[in-house]
Design a binder for this molecule. Structure first.
Ligand SMILES: *Cc1c(COP(=O)(O)O)cnc(C)c1O
Length: 393
């Protein structure tokens, strides 16, 4: 057995090829549609592709930068291979479309990322696929929700906005036995802190837009899987015309080289800010799986090797009408969607508007979602302190 190298080393060395980059350390963005072939024979007989590293016959079938990025993330996640598309949402919709057929039943977690729910409700139904939402804390109870025609169980852990953890091994023990496929949105944990394929999940999906790109300057998605599953997804993604843009791939590969370092800082600063918020009397509760107060903390300790920058803060109900006063004048927290970049963000969230299988206790107070960036946490705490004081003024 060879020793698996550290993620820091993988991030620095995976996906490098001196020939492909003409001796430079970094691969350039490969902009292009047409690939030129040496001769008639090579064009007509594509058997050379099977034993050529990073083989491609057209811009949509792959570029060196894309293959390099897929290789690096697959190694970090302990997967055979990866497939990229041009956004986090498109890797999710591509994966679902690749594996469902008319007449199928899909079990979708109730705490799923909003636009994934939008796709399920707005498009899958029209294609003859029935989507049913389930409680993120269902665990082994998934056995009772499975039907004869259930094709996919889709997971996201922690859930978007509300941060419930799922008992992934309890679910996959049952789906594997029943021959049902599982997919998970693993964006929150990143490949560094959770490797779902090792817990029996078939496909791990990420918005590379977040921690991999890490600088809020591009969009991309990546799926990781083993064996035939990921090869099937590659074929289906090509049929759908899905790939990633050359400049975005360059930014993703460049961003991911420093991902382990950035995540370490995000992790530490976020715990500091989250713990500080927990001690504030304006705060009803903090929703961060790495805090012992989180209802699913035991699962967190069992399954995850680290935590990240995104968490929820429920303020006391008495401040419901004053949230704007708090967040409008924050100095370092931008108000905006997406996350995973170097800069801190905050948004108000209303999960009660989407839930169908579970109740979100909005009566306990208004919910904020925070992303803690790479600033000094002392500055962020001072900024939040002033914001909380504005709630009371
Ligand atoms: C942002 C996000 C996505 C979608 O990524 P985009 O690149 O913005 O399409 C998917 N899942 C989760 C959990 C996200 O936070």
């Amino acid at each position: 057995m060879t020793r698996a190298r550290s993620p820091y080393t993988t991030a620095a060395h995976a996906g490098r090829d001196r020939n492909a980059s003409q001796g430079m350390v970094n691969l350039p963005p490969f902009r292009g549609s047409t690939m030129l072939f040496d001769n008639y024979q090579r064009y007509v007989d594509r058997s050379w592709m099977a034993d050529t590293r990073w083989a491609s016959s057209y811009g949509l079938n792959g570029t060196p930068t894309g293959f390099a990025f897929e290789e690096m993330i697959a190694e970090l996640e302990g997967a055979d291979a990866g497939v990229v598309t041009n956004s986090g949402l498109s890797i999710i919709t591509t994966a679902l479309l690749a594996f469902v057929r008319a007449g199928d039943h899909v079990l979708m977690v109730d705490s799923v990322y909003g636009p994934t729910r939008g796709f399920c409700d707005g498009m899958l139904g029209d294609l003859g696929v029935e989507v049913e939402y389930y409680d993120p804390r269902i665990g082994a109870g998934i056995a009772d929700a499975l039907r004869d025609n259930t094709r996919i169980v889709f997971l996201e852990s922690p859930g978007s906005l509300t941060f419930e953890l799922q008992d992934v091994p309890a679910i996959t023990a049952i789906t594997r036995e029943r021959g049902v496929m599982t997919m998970i949105d693993n964006t929150w944990a990143s490949p560094l802190y959770y490797q779902p394929l090792k817990h029996g999940v078939d496909l791990s999906l990420h918005a590379a837009t977040k921690y991999m790109i890490g600088h809020s300057d591009a969009l991309m998605g990546i799926a990781l899987g083993n064996g035939d599953v990921i090869q099937q997804l590659r074929k289906k993604a090509q049929m759908l015309g899905q790939y990633a843009n050359a400049d975005d791939l360059f930014l993703a590969l460049r961003g991911a080289r420093t991902m382990p370092l950035r995540l370490e800082r995000h992790r530490q600063s976020t715990l500091e800010v989250a713990q500080w918020l927990e001690g504030r009397e304006e705060v009803e509760r903090v929703l961060h799986p790495a805090l012992p107060s989180h209802p699913d903390h035991a699962l967190f300790k069992r399954d995850f090797s680290g935590s990240t920058s995104l968490f929820g803060v429920q303020l006391k109900a008495e401040f419901a009408d004053r949230v704007a006063l708090m967040i409008d004048d924050l100095q370092y927290f931008g108000i905006g969607a997406s996350w995973g970049g170097y800069e801190s963000l905050v948004i108000p969230c209303f999960p009660e508007q989407f839930r169908s299988a579970t109740h979100w206790p909005c009566e306990r107070g208004p919910l904020l979602r925070l992303h803690i960036g790479l600033e000094d946490p002392a500055d962020l705490i001072a900024d939040l302190d002033a914001g909380l004081q504005r709630l009371r003024a």
